[in-house]
Design a protein around this ligand. Structure first.
Ligand code: AP5
Ligand code: MG
Length: 190
């Protein structure tokens, strides 16, 4: 399966990805994690992206598309993918569509994890990643609503969207996600 996970910072995309990967056994493609790894490895890309990430700004589309393109070339991508935190802009969404169309492996579904801004602020306040300062979280949230949330309509029009309430315990949220995934899978089988 190929699934896109959309949701504000702190919605629980990473937390739920872990559960979903155990359930579906597909590769995890988190652009945030890939960027943090590049940064830690001090690659040229890593050094370039740091200034965007610490301010809560989006890393430019060409860098992201290059990184994702390379990841999709790896053989395990044939088994599917859970795209976590990607795409985040219309350009990235179009780029992903093109890359998947070339491979004949379109998206199966898009999960929108819905969490209100207040909950986001309180979840990230206690975590301590270097982009979790309140003013940086505010910028990440603002960019989510401006640049990323419009993708929900882009995918809704194509019948791919499944909205899931992200409030409650991680297990409660996962039960909702699993229900949506099972629904898509049983439709595909019939
Ligand atoms: P990225 O790493 O993708 O971060 P994000 O989307 O801003 O969100 P987080 O990873 O902080 O939250 P999450 O939804 O994964 O929630 P989590 O499970 O961790 O991106 C970071 C940066 O990289 C961006 O700002 C940008 O600069 C750059 N970037 C990345 N991708 C890009 C792209 N495609 N284009 C351009 N730039 C890009 O949970 C959060 C916290 O809440 C945790 O402490 C967790 O334990 C807790 N929690 C989770 N679920 C629950 C629950 N149900 N109840 C209570 N607490 C919970
Ligand atoms: Mg994450």
């Amino acid at each position: 399966m190929r699934i896109v996970f959309i949701g504000p910072p702190g919605a629980g995309k990473g937390t739920q990805s872990q559960r979903l990967l155990d359930y579906l056994h597909i590769p995890h493609l988190s652009t945030g994690e890939m960027l943090r790894e590049a940064r830690e490895a001090k690659t040229s890309t890593g050094q370039l992206v740091d200034s965007f990430m610490v301010r809560g700004n989006l890393v430019p589309d060409p860098i992201i598309m290059q990184m994702v393109g390379e990841r999709l070339e790896r053989p395990d991508s044939a088994a599917g993918a859970l795209f976590d935190g990607f795409p985040r802009t219309l350009r990235q969404a179009q780029g992903l569509d093109e890359a998947l169309a070339e491979r004949g492996t379109p998206l199966d579904m898009v999960l929108e994890l819905q969490v209100n801004d207040q909950e986001v602020m309180s979840r990230l306040a206690g975590r301590g990643r270097n982009d979790d300062l309140p003013e940086v979280v505010a910028q990440r949230l603002a960019l989510f609503w401006k640049q990323t949330r419009p993708l929900v309509e882009y995918y809704r029009k194509r019948g791919l969207l499944h909205a899931v309430d992200g409030h409650g315990t991680p297990d409660e949220v996962f039960a909702r996600i699993r229900e949506a995934v099972d629904q898509v899978r049983s439709k595909q089988r019939s």
